[in-house]
Design a protein around this ligand. Sequence first.
Ligand code: ADE
Ligand code: ZN
Length: 339
Amino acid sequence: MDITKEFIENLPKVELHLHIEGSLEPELMFELAQRNNINLPFANIDEVKDAYNFSNLQDFLNIYYQGMGVLQTEQDFYDLTFAYIKKIASENVMHTEIFFDPQGHTERGIEFEVVVNGISRALEDGRSNLNVSSKLIMSFLRHLSEEEAFSTLEQALPHKDKIIAVGLDSSELGHPPAKFERVFAKARKEGFLVVAHAGEEGPPEYIYEALDLLKVDRIDHGNRALEDDALVKRLVADNMALTVCPLSNLKLCVVKDMVTHPLKEMLDLGLKATVNSDDPAYFGGYMNDNFLAVTKALNLGKDDILKLVQNSIEASFLNSNEKQDLQLRLDIFASTTCF
Ligand code: ADE
Ligand code: ZN
């Protein structure tokens, strides 16, 4: 029997790849622009949405960095983050691990503390008021220098209690993980877990570098691993999770259409693939829409979908008791839901 929309909506889910600045909906963008007296280059919300047509990652990033310019105060970061948590709570997401891009803000003169405190306070309220648990990952912008990444890491040190891991994002091509080997070594020494975007647009070599030089705990995206059989074998043997983002891949032309998306192939090869939304305000959907899109296009069955959530639980940065609790909630759903 076909998986229903209701099954996906009620499924307890876990998100591991979400850029909080990429959850800025056009409505909130306009509200914050007005609050902060900022002129947007768009007359209305429809014009903003019309601009969200991308041929590649860089096309998107240009608009993404422009959009985040409306975020000025701690309250703005709080409102952005709490709106995202409210949205995913309504979609039965139990736990989320979100990225933030401090350099996208400190470069504009916003204090690191303003950013991290606003986001963290909203995550805390999400935990206590909406029962959504969360972790925060600080991402370095890879188009900037190693020196700037080191300086950002220094600024994060007093906030170790709020930040579980560091990541690497932004323009992938021409900025291999090797560029940040020393920063990541320092971050690991300071006790941060580490992840990196690799193999979204970049070649399999970048995934090898993320593994060998950055010593990542997860790979973000990883689509292009499939071009290298030895790499696939290694990722399977290492039980290395890939945080895959289907609607993002479609919008950024990483895949031509959803029918050719590699998610099902990844699962069949034994890769620890997960489903995530990346930048949902820009790519047309949060977790439910991502699951629905791949379920329909790839004809996923109940076992595939449960496996995807189980992979996310196992690959999360929660402790083993917390993981057991989420797994129990998933098992109860699976055993009590007809589909
Ligand atoms: N920053 C926000 N979204 C991103 C993506 N999909 N890839 C790289 N950097 C990003
Ligand atoms: Zn991403």
